[in-house]
Design a protein around this ligand. Structure first.
Ligand code: SAH
Length: 252
């Protein structure tokens, strides 16, 4: 185990907190949140994980909700720079993995511009955590030979997505931030030839005691999405049918 932080140089640890269950933190993430001087964290970091943070650390919440930006991204970047320049060990704690739909790269670019040292600690991304706890293997020799992670936070009506490349059998699609766009997702996949009978699942608050898994087929995706709350992950593909035989995690 390598100690990366020394107070000789301003330094930020960009740390993935995983999808919610504190037992899914990496050893490194756990060690860093216990020793940090400052923790800058998001809405997706669970309360159970925040309870493990060094009680003497300064906590800065910069959480964001769709269409309701609490702290703009450039301000978050500046907070990281300012706190590091105070020679405090800053942990930037993000839900899941910081490099998967987490804007971790943008934050690091600002640190580079300001000559601040950093490290990146990967976390279990929602696709891995939610699929595991829902009993939905993302690949399976009989169902899917490939898997794709897609943001549902689309520009205009899904125009920035290559829908024909997504609408394939033997392929699993995992949509992050997709609840509001469920009708657009369903329509575009169906228009490009994916069967409306393709199984799909929505995993709500995955890996937490509040986890719920809603299952159906592509034609039912809109109504499933209206029953779910954020954060939720949408899984489309034949593998979703495996939830029924393979689910193991107790849901409330
Ligand atoms: N960096 C994160 C993703 C951030 S984008 C990661 O790697 O997981 C936020 C989206 O992630 C949410 O809208 C939701 O689609 C998904 N998500 C994150 N945590 C989740 C959870 N516990 N259950 C279901 N979906 C989750």
């Amino acid at each position: 185990m390598q100690a990366t932080y020394s107070n000789a140089r301003p330094f930020v640890s960009l740390v993935g907190a995983g999808p919610g269950d504190p037992d899914l933190l990496t050893m490194k993430a756990y060690r860093l949140i216990q020793s940090a001087d400052v923790v800058v964290y998001d809405r997706l970091v669970s309360d159970e994980i925040m309870a493990l943070v060094n009680p003497n650390a300064e906590l800065l919440f910069v959480g964001k909700k769709l269409n309701h930006h609490c702290v703009p991204q450039d301000q978050i970047n500046q907070i990281l720079v300012n706190k590091a320049l105070e020679n405090k060990h800053v942990v930037r704690l993000k839900g899941g993995d910081p490099f998967i739909f987490g804007r971790g790269g943008e934050e690091l670019e600002t640190l580079v511009e300001n000559n601040i040292g950093f490290e990146v600690v990967p976390g279990i991304t929602a696709a891995s955590g939610c699929s595991a706890y829902a009993g939905i293997p993302l690949t399976h020799r009989d169902h899917a030979q490939s898997v794709q992670f897609i943001t549902g936070h689309l520009k205009k009506e899904g125009q920035d997505i290559n829908w024909p490349s997504l609408a394939q059998a033997n392929h699993t699609l995992v949509f992050y931030m997709g609840l509001k766009q469920a009708p657009v997702i369903r329509q575009n996949l169906a228009d490009n030839g994916l069967s409306v009978n393709t199984p799909c699942a929505i995993v709500e608050r995955g890996t937490t005691p509040q986890q719920r898994v809603l299952t159906g087929t592509l034609k039912e995706l809109d109504s499933l999405a209206t029953q779910a709350i954020s954060p939720s992950l949408i899984i489309v593909g034949s593998v979703a049918s495996l939830h029924e035989p393979l689910h193991w995690f107790k849901q409330s």
